[in-house]
Write a protein that binds this ligand. Structure first.
Ligand SMILES: [Zn+2]
Length: 220
């Protein structure tokens, strides 16, 4: 390879490298570019017995978080959704039935986003602006249907697998904090007891590292 071709190849590689983030941006995948901040996110709620203690800890620690809610549970427990909203947390869309969107018939993908949006709007009066596909599984089609419903997709950067049976509160907190990095988006779940046990230390640990907390609508 002569030098000119080598330079062209390097230039093309650079173009591809810089094109990837803008492609992701175009398909609605939102990152936390706020440096020393962290967004705590709770998936799969609302569930009675789990939302209340999470809200109590967040209130005591003066932290605002983001809840990606499943539409059919929103309709079953509207009082929990109103409590989440009333305490200043962000309510976001985690589909209506919690299906894997990449294996659904196309016409059902938009329904999953829309029905969850409608459920949240009926309960809180506010339309969600952020969405997370179950399992983080999405493709361009799924993202475009979300964008059509006014939703931007948010995934995560720190997934400790909080539902794993091998974890207890202290080991879960250590796992999250050992992976802490700039612009973190932490994936946690409503319905997991160790997550509640770990939450105070997760918050205190990020604060000791100098992080402040944001909701996904505060991410830049
Ligand atoms: Zn989920």
């Amino acid at each position: 390879m002569n030098k000119r071709i080598q330079i062209r190849a390097a230039f093309l590689l650079l173009l591809v490298f810089f094109a990837i983030p803008s492609f992701a941006e175009a398909s609605g995948y939102l990152r936390n570019g706020n440096g020393h901040t962290v967004a705590l996110t709770f998936d799969d709620g609302p569930r009675p017995g789990y939302v209340e203690p999470i809200l109590a800890i967040l209130r005591e620690k003066d932290v605002r978080a983001t809840f990606f809610l499943v539409g059919r549970y929103v309709l079953e427990h509207p009082e929990l959704v109103r409590a989440i909203d009333a305490e200043g947390h962000t309510v976001a869309n985690h589909t209506f039935y919690h299906n894997n969107l990449t294996s659904l018939p196309p016409e059902n993908v938009y329904r999953e986003w829309r029905l969850c949006n409608e459920a949240v709007e009926r309960v809180t009066g506010k339309k969600p602006r952020f969405a997370r596909p179950p399992g983080g599984r999405y493709n361009n089609f799924v993202a475009e249907r979300a964008n059509e419903e006014g939703l931007r997709i948010v995934l995560w950067t720190n997934n400790p697998g909080d539902y794993a049976a091998s974890l207890n509160g202290p080991s879960l907190a250590r796992k999250v904090l050992s992976r802490a990095k700039e612009g973190d988006i932490v994936l946690l779940h409503v319905g997991v007891a160790p997550t509640i046990d770990a939450l105070p230390e997760i918050i205190d640990g990020y604060r000791r590292k100098g992080f402040s907390f944001v909701t996904v609508d505060e991410m830049r």
